[in-house]
Each structure stands twice: as structure tokens, then as C-alpha cells.
Design a protein. Structure first.
Lengths: 441, 471
């Protein structure tokens, strides 16, 4: 099999590695114009912060690709010739394929703001964006970040490390309003305050204003306020990168349309990761998933399809994680920003305002999801509880087994269960099992 | 890949005025070492040395309080790879040269002559006489100078580490532990023993790191000079910990019980060496060299020890234990077995562990000796790999391959190779400092002691790549 993969992100690379395992004889080529080697996109900020060097962004050593016979081509793809089964490159070269995977990821989504083309205005998605940000934030005193999501807070942290004064414009009434319930957002807000980030909630960007040199000098907000700044970060989300697929005749909507085996509308052409849109997403799931984790899972699923061992894409219980300045966040299962009427939501917070644990459960007691801030939780345990529809009484009584904090950290299960029993006496819980340095179980 | 991932070098944030003032205090302290080393007047030299130690200590502690305490608690390593001092820049080279030079002078140009003159460090050593008299009831020597500076470095930089890692109970307790063992077991207690006319003995160092503690010469000396009670206890303590205590403790807690909680070399690496931990080489080639070097050193010290005992028990042929002239000064008038022992002491004990091990902190990282040279680490490592409950667990599929864990690993383990495959990390070299877990932004890594069954079991939530990634 001659497999060509467009994109060397986590989806393309996971697919390549999985296909190599399933089909040792396959000829595999990865094409990308972003970087010669696979890089970890979530790590980009750490290169800016100076925690890592640029070469540390590579999850695998350079020898890895040759030793596993994964051919890397750095080039821009201009067209997919589906009838002749080849990929047209800007260099004029054409790569023939038996099977093709389109894993082109996303592009930053802007909303056609006046002035968004000015110098010093950008999003943050890939390596070229990081290079620009490195360059354009030199000597900057004030910056504005538009968007209250994961990338927005990352940008704020990056700028803060350079001593740049940051103002964040957040459309919702609280941070990450589409995902986080207000209590969680309040803890994140405390982090923003502690790091002197000015946040304006319920505020949108109206206009970006430039100077004579074509460089940003200020923004105007939806409230009419003018904020002087020399750099603007647009962190208002991403959208599937489908331009080549679209003009090459693949059926698209917001993303490239795929079935549960990640096949597109064209024979021998597949799509996975950020750029793919599921025609029939499972109930309660979104058609376009734009996470590192889902990219990895889709890359693996499509590899099985490519190797004629198709198995439908099944993501399993949702999970995600992030870090907001010094505050770690993990989530397992579903915790909507607004708790549905038929769901109980139990939320425990430490008085120090830096720890939070929320568990959602149905009337019949079955746990549907959890959020945690500042307390590490064991993925395997929560995955098991969610898959087996464990009741809240079991989850809370065994909560200690899910703790993943390092040794000697204070444990809070007793306080959590105590508060729960007060709040929900109809689901009585007795705390069992502790994890600790001297546990020999 | 610098050529293929070109990122412009950004300017560093300016140093705040308070930090500058505190750095000035440290600078003045270092300057005061000059009169301490060269002043003709003994009183002047003495005062200068104590002023130097006070200024450097107070300045460093206040600077750390300002630099780390001035920010919300958490992972603080901004600009680590951008600053010259911590990224093998000019300041790092300068620091390495000064440290290396200090060891060279200490080992080879500060031995006392017949008049009690300690060579190049004579002034500094005599300036410590009052302290040495108080603690040990005898004048200072070059090793007292070394021990004093070493302990001060661990205490002061330990204070810095406590500020920096104050959000992590594991790091706090561990740092206090290495400070305690250095001050109590490796400084005050040996001094006290000398004050009572007993052999100077370090209860926190063991064979094969402190290799001579199981050499026949040291054993007989301890038994003789330590007296029937104490001497026997010292020999017993050393032998029991080396042979019995080490396997048992390593079985339950991993190598870390010693390397990052007790050991003095580890103590210095974890405190004074903390700014350099990311400099260790993570490449596959470096790992190969590690294996090639550290196990032969363990083999060599076991061989030397066995030969020495065979020699004293008369089981070796006469030529092996008879003194012979040699054209190499180091080995002149030594028997072949003694020459081998002397060679080990010079090449491994002095050059590797001291000059390279500490002198090269700012260039090669803070654990060069522990990773490539220490026979105790090799011994503990074999136990940890094959006979221990310790492992670093990875948390399901939460890894984002960001590489902060690999970056911070002072032992040069490419931690993310395991984390991104959902595999537990079981490596002979891991000293269990816990930094990978501390810096992980997604809560993926955790140091755990658990049952040995299924110790290598990878997470079911991520498909192990089963490709050859690590040799």
C-alpha cells in the first residue's frame, strides 16, 4: 500500500505509526508545509515562555522517522487529483497514492473585524503563528487578547511572562462561558487577577485601529472603549482547514464529511482529526472534534480503516485537561456549562479558593461527568466509572482511589463526602479506601 | 533542529530594581572572598570570609524570596532556556570554569605541607579555624573548608528550592530531607565525632559510593580508632545499609530513598544544581553512554573491593600485593592491587565525582556524576529496575506530548516517550526527584509504590505504539 498523509499533526502521525504497526510493508509519506517534523502543538506556548527550546517541541527524535520508514515531505499541497490518485504539490511534483488521508487540522477563525489584517494582529494555532508572535511582541508594552477560551488564557500567560500588560476581551459573562460552569470560571478568574490580567467580560471586539505604518495601535470594544495596544491576539476559536479538500471535490460542510470509518465522499480518500466532520455523530456528541486527544483517536481509527480492518470510530467517555496559569483542570464525562434540569450537580470548593471538584449525576444516581480544578484525578478510574454507569454513592465512597495527586498532598475526600451528605441526604455515602504512600493494596 | 524551527530570540524582561540590589549583595559577598583568600593579615582574612558567607547566604535567600515568592505559587521556569546563566551561555561557562577550578585547587593544590601550609587555599582554610575549633576541637583543613562550603550551598540553595517549589508538599519535604541529612549526618555529626577523638564517619554515605567504607584498611582503622562499641557500630552500620538496607528500602520506595532524599551528592544536585537540571542530554546516544560507563564503574569498584579483601586474607599471589616501583608517580611503591584502588580513587573518586560531577553543572546538568559515574546509583538502579515496587505512573490518555517532563528530568530520561504511550516509567536511572510530576501541566505523572504485578502495564486508554522507540 502506498499511503500519503497530508498533515503531520497528531492525527496524521498517529495514523502513520498505527499503519506501520499493522502493515510493516506499507509505503508511508507525510506531507506538511508547517514544519519538517511533527511537533506538539499544545507545547508551542512553552517554547515562547522559554521553558523549552524549539527542538524540544518534537515528540520524537529525528531518527524515529527514518528507522520506522516514515517519509517526511515538507511542501504545500495545492490540489488533490482524485481520478488519477495523486497529490499535487506547489513544487510541481505529484505524489501518487493508493490511499490518501487528509489530516489538515484547523485554521484560526476570525470574524472579519475591521483592521484584523494589520501588522501585530494574529491568532495562535501553528508554528508559523508562534514565530510571528515571537517577532511581533518584541518591545511591546500592552496587548489585547480577544476570546475567553483555552488559547486566550495561553496567550495571556505567554505575554505576561514578557512583562507585557494584557487586557482580555471575553464575550460571555464569565471565563469560557460555553464550557465552564460559573464556579469553575470564578477560580480561573482568580488566577487571572493574581497574574494582573485585566479581563473585560461581556465585551467584544468592535474594531482594530492601526497607525500610519499599518501596525496596530489600539482596539475599540463593543462598549465603545478604546484600548491602546501594540499587539492583538485573536483567540476566538478555530475552524476546519478544508480549502484544498473543498476545491478538489470532497464533500464538505464546515469540515470534510466522513462516515464512522472516516471515509470521505471519494474512494480511497479519508479524513480525520480537526478537519473531519462526522455525518452522523453519536448522540450527545459534536460532529467536529478539535482536541489533541480526539485527533489521536481518530488517527488510530482511520489507520484501521486504511489497513482493511475497519472499526467504527468510538471515542468513549469524554475527557480533557488544561492549565490556566497555575491552575490545573481535568474533566471526565459531560459537565455542561449550564446544568440540565434532570441532572444534579454537586460542587465542592476548598476555602482557599484554589481547589474544586464537581460531580454531575442523574436522578437515579448514575454519574455523568466531573470537573476538577487543582486536584489531579485518575483517568482510568473515572473512565471505568463512566462506562459502568457507576452511582454517585459508589463514586464518592471510593473517591480516594481516583486521586492522582503526588505523595504528601493534603487529601480532601472526607470534606467532600461530608458536604455531599449534608447537601444530598437522600444519597447517603460512607467514605472508603484511602490511597497513600504506605498503602500496599 | 535549530535550523529547521527558527524562532527569533526574544529580549529578556528587565531585572527589577529590588532584584538588582539583592544580586549586588551576593556580588559583594563573592568579592569579599578575595581578601579572605589573599589578605596578609589573618584577622582580616577571617572577618572577610565570614562576611562573604553571610552576604552570599542572606543575599541568595532574599533574592529567592523576591524572585519566587513574589509570584503566585506554582511552576516557575520562565526564560529558563533564554537566560545565559541557565542555557550554556557565557555566564554558564564562567560559572563552570570557576567551579571546576575550585575542585582542581582543592584536590591537588591545597594539601598541607610539613608546616601546616595548605597551598593556594591556605588563607581560606585558616580563616575557618575558629569554626573548626568550636565544632571539631581542632584546626581546619582543606576538607573542612570543602564541607563547610558544600553544606552552606545545600542549605542556602535549599532555601531557594523551598521558595521555588513551595506549592508542592513532595518537593518541600524532600528538600528539607536533603538539607537535614547534609547538615546533621554529613557535617555536624562527623565534626562531633572528631571533637570526641573518634574517627570521622559519615552515616549517610555508603559503599560503593563511599567505596573505602568496606575496604579492609578503613574497616580495621574504624574498629581500632572507633573503639569496641562505636567502631563496631560504624562498620556494622555501613555494611548493613550497603548489603541489606539498600535492597529493602529500594524494594519499597525505589532508588529515591537515597538519591534524592539522603545522599549528599544528590542533595547538592537538587539544591545548588536545581537551576541546571534541564541541561541533561535526553538523546538516545547519551543513554547508551550512560549504560556503557556506569556499569563498568560498578564492576570496577566491586572488583577492587574483592581484590583488597583477598589480598589481606593472603589469597592472592605475592606479586599482586607486593609494592613495586613505577614510573607513574601516582602508582610508585604500590602493589598492583593498591595501584588499582588508587587509580579508582583518583579517576572516579576525585576527577569524575568532583571536578566533572559538580564543576560541569552549568554545562552538562546537575546529575552528570549520578547518571554516568556513581556506582551506588548503578547498584540502586539495578534494584529499582528489577526488584522494586516503585514506578512513575502515567495518567490514562491525558498526555499532550508537551515535553516539559523530559526537559526537567535531571537524569536525562526522555519521560514523554513513555507518557505519550501511556506506559509507566521504570528506569534504572530515575532518582525519583518528582520534578516531572511537578511540572506536568496536565497532571499526567505520579510517583507511586505499588504491587510488582502489572508494574509495566500500559494504560488501556491509549494504544501503545509497540514500535521500537527506545532501544
Amino acid at each position: 500500500m502506498n499511503l500519503v498523509i497530508i498533515g503531520n499533526g497528531i492525527t496524521g502521525v498517529t495514523c502513520a505509526i498505527t499503519v506501520r504497526r499493522l502493515r510493516p510493508d506499507a509505503h508511508i509519506t507525510l506531507v506538511s508545509d508547517e514544519s519538517p517534523y511533527h511537533i506538539s502543538r499544545p507545547a508551542l506556548m512553552y517554547a515562547y515562555l522559554g521553558h523549552l527550546r524549539p527542538q524540544d517541541l518534537k515528540p520524537y527524535g529525528d531518527w524515529f522517522w527514518a528507522e520506522n520508514r516514515l517519509e517526511l515531505v515538507q511542501a504545500t499541497v495545492t490540489h488533490l487529483d482524485i481520478t488519477r490518485q495523486q497529490v499535487q504539490l506547489r513544487t510541481g511534483e505529484a505524489l501518487p497514492y493508493d490511499k490518501l488521508l487528509v489530516a489538515t487540522g484547523s485554521v484560526s477563525r476570525f470574524q472579519n473585524w475591521p483592521g484584523q489584517e494589520l501588522a501585530g494582529v494574529q491568532g495562535l494555532y501553528g508554528l508559523p503563528d508562534l514565530e510571528r508572535m515571537h517577532r511581533d511582541t518584541h518591545g511591546v508594552g500592552q496587548a489585547v487578547v480577544v476570546g475567553g477560551g483555552l488559547i486566550g488564557v495561553e496567550m495571556a500567560e505567554m505575554l505576561h511572562s514578557r512583562g507585557i500588560a494584557v487586557t482580555m476581551l471575553v464575550r460571555d459573562t464569565h471565563y469560557w462561558g460555553s464550557v465552564l460552569p460559573p464556579e469553575e470560571a470564578a477560580l480561573v478568574n482568580r488566577q487571572l487577577q493574581a497574574h494582573h490580567i485585566q479581563v473585560q467580560y461581556s465585551t467584544e471586539l468592535a474594531e482594530i485601529m492601526g497607525d500610519d505604518a499599518g501596525r496596530v495601535r489600539a482596539v475599540r470594544t463593543s462598549r465603545g472603549q478604546e484600548i491602546a495596544c501594540q499587539w492583538v491576539g485573536l483567540a476566538t476559536g478555530v475552524t476546519p482547514n478544508i480549502s484544498v479538500a473543498q476545491e478538489s471535490g470532497l464533500e464538505t460542510d464546515r469540515g470534510i464529511l466522513v462516515n464512522e470509518h472516516l471515509q470521505t465522499s471519494q474512494p480511497n480518500v479519508f479524513a480525520a482529526g480537526d478537519c473531519a466532520q462526522h455525518r452522523q455523530p453519536a448522540s450527545d456528541e459534536v460532529p467536529i472534534e478539535q482536541l489533541w486527544y480526539t485527533g489521536r483517536q481518530q488517527g488510530e481509527t482511520v489507520a484501521y480503516t486504511l489497513c482493511d480492518q475497519p472499526r467504527p470510530y468510538q471515542r468513549g467517555p469524554w475527557f480533557n485537561s488544561a492549565k490556566f496559569f497555575q491552575l490545573e483542570y481535568q474533566t471526565y464525562g459531560r459537565v455542561p456549562a449550564r446544568t440540565p434540569a434532570d441532572i444534579h450537580s454537586f460542587c465542592w470548593q476548598h476555602p482557599n479558593g484554589q481547589l474544586l471538584l464537581r460531580i454531575n449525576f442523574r436522578e437515579d444516581g448514575v454519574v455523568t461527568g466531573m470537573n476538577t480544578l487543582g486536584i489531579r484525578q485518575r483517568h482510568a478510574v473515572w473512565d471505568h466509572w463512566l462506562r459502568t454507569a457507576a452511582p454517585i454513592t459508589q463514586v464518592l465512597s471510593e473517591l480516594g482511589t481516583a486521586n492522582f495527586d503526588p505523595e504528601f498532598y493534603r487529601r480532601h475526600e472526607a470534606a467532600i463526602v461530608g458536604q455531599f451528605n449534608q447537601q444530598f441526604p437522600q444519597y447517603p455515602v460512607a467514605l472508603r479506601r484511602r490511597k497513600g504512600l504506605f498503602s500496599f493494596s | 533542529m535549530d535550523s529547521t524551527l527558527p524562532l527569533p530570540t526574544p529580549p529578556l524582561p528587565t531585572v527589577p530594581a529590588t532584584e538588582k540590589i539583592l544580586l549586588t549583595i551576593i556580588g559583594l559577598g563573592l568579592l569579599a572572598l578575595l581578601p579572605a583568600a589573599f589578605a596578609a593579615d589573618a584577622f582580616q582574612a577571617r572577618v572577610s570570609l565570614y562576611v562573604a558567607m553571610a552576604l552570599v547566604s542572606v543575599g541568595t535567600l532574599l533574592w529567592a524570596a523576591r524572585k519566587f515568592g513574589g509570584h503566585p505559587a506554582g511552576v516557575q521556569q520562565d526564560n529558563l532556556w533564554l537566560r545565559s546563566s541557565t542555557s550554556r551561555g557565557s555566564i554558564a561557562w564562567l560559572t563552570a570554569i570557576v567551579l571546576t577550578g575550585f575542585y582542581v585547587i582543592l584536590y591537588w593544590f591545597s594539601s598541607p605541607d610539613e608546616q601546616g601550609n595548605f597551598g593556594l587555599f591556605n588563607n581560606l582554610i585558616h580563616a575557618l579555624d575558629p569554626l573548626s575549633q568550636t565544632l571539631r576541637q581542632r584546626p581546619a583543613d582543606q576538607w573542612f573548608l570543602y564541607g563547610t562550603f558544600y553544606t552552606l550551598a545545600i542549605l542556602v540553595m535549599g532555601g531557594r528550592a523551598l521558595w521555588k517549589y513551595r506549592h508542592s508538599p513532595y518537593q518541600r519535604i524532600r528538600t528539607v530531607s536533603v538539607m537535614f541529612f547534609q547538615l546533621g549526618f554529613a557535617y555536624l555529626l562527623p565534626s562531633l565525632l572528631l571533637a570526641f577523638q573518634r574517627p570521622e564517619y559519615y552515616f549517610s554515605y555508603f559503599w560503593p559510593l563511599k567505596y573505602d567504607y568496606l575496604f579492609p584498611g578503613t574497616v580495621s582503622y574504624l574498629l581500632k580508632d572507633g573503639g569496641p562499641g562505636l567502631g563496631v557500630f560504624m562498620v556494622f552500620w555501613g555494611a548493613v545499609i550497603s548489603i541489606l538496607g539498600t535492597p529493602v528500602l529500594t524494594y519499597f520506595f525505589g532508588k529515591r530513598w537515597y538519591c534524592s532524599w539522603v545522599c549528599g551528592c544528590g542533595g547538592l544536585a537538587e539544591t545548588a544544581g536545581d537551576p541546571y537540571r534541564h541541561l541533561s542530554d535526553k538523546s538516545r546516544e547519551a543513554w547508551r553512554w550512560e549504560v556503557r560507563i556506569i556499569y563498568p564503574i560498578l564492576g570496577l569498584i566491586v572488583l577492587v573491593t574483592v581484590l583488597l579483601w583477598l589480598g589481606v586474607s593472603g589469597m592472592l599471589p605475592a606479586w599482586a600485593t607486593t609494592s613495586q616501583p613505577s614510573s607513574i608517580g601516582l602508582f610508585n611503591n604500590l602493589s598492583p592491587v593498591d595501584a588499582l584502588s588508587k587509580f579508582y580513587g583518583f579517576a572516579i573518586g576525585a576527577v569524575f565525582s568532583g571536578v566533572v560531577g559538580v564543576g560541569f553543572y552549568p554545562l552538562l546538568g546537575n546529575r552528570v556524576w549520578c547518571r554516568f559515574g556513581c556506582p551506588m546509583a548503578a547498584y540502586l538502579g539495578l534494584l529499582q529496575k528489577h526488584f522494586s515496587r516503585f514506578r512513575i505512573t502515567t495518567n490514562g490518555a491525558q498526555c499532550i506530548s508537551c515535553g516539559n517532563c523530559s526537559n526537567i528530568c535531571e537524569m536525562g530520561i526522555d519521560v514523554k516517550q513513555y507518557a505519550q504511550r501511556g506506559e509507566p516509567i521504570i528506569r534504572a536511572s530515575c532518582v525519583g526527584c518528582g520534578m516531572c510530576s511537578t511540572v506536568c501541566p496536565r497532571g499526567v505523572l505520579n510517583l507511586e509504590n505499588g504491587p510488582r504485578e502489572g508494574r509495566y502495564q500500559a494504560s488501556q486508554l491509549i494504544s501503545a505504539e509497540s514500535l521500537r522507540i527506545l532501544s
